[in-house]
Design a protein around this ligand. Structure first.
Ligand SMILES: [Zn+2]
Length: 119
């Protein structure tokens, strides 16, 4: 790819960048909550299925947030948005790296290193 193609590809990615408003990092887990006392449902061997958002932090820290039923679908969407946005940002960074190395399309060549005297 030449400089122009790289720029076109990058700007194309920018134009369809996922919105950064509804985003969440982490993973959605299915857990079963069991009450120790006073719940007929749990005493009969059942449990309560619940979705949990698990978010990891540097150093191995983990935060878990129990979600209400109505929240699970929204969280799932936010996770997808985040990872799509992240992937797009990575790709833009890669293209910008290529741009650093690409030969300028119009400008003349610059010679790295020592300056040449005269001609
Ligand atoms: Zn219960």
């Amino acid at each position: 790819m030449n400089q122009e193609q790289i720029i076109r590809k990058r700007d194309g990615l920018l134009a369809q960048l996922p919105v950064a408003r509804d985003i969440l990092r982490g993973s959605l887990l299915d857990r079963t909550i069991r009450h120790s006392k006073g719940c007929k449902h749990c005493e009969s061997g059942g449990g309560h299925p619940v979705s949990v958002l698990a978010v990891g932090y540097p150093g191995g820290q983990m935060r878990q947030i129990s979600l209400r039923k109505a929240q699970a679908a929204h969280v799932k969407e936010c996770l997808a948005n985040y990872y799509a946005l992240k992937a797009a940002l990575e790709e833009i960074c890669e293209l910008n790296q290529q741009l650093l190395r690409a030969k300028p399309a119009v400008a003349g060549k610059t010679v790295a290193g020592k300056k040449r005297r005269g001609k």
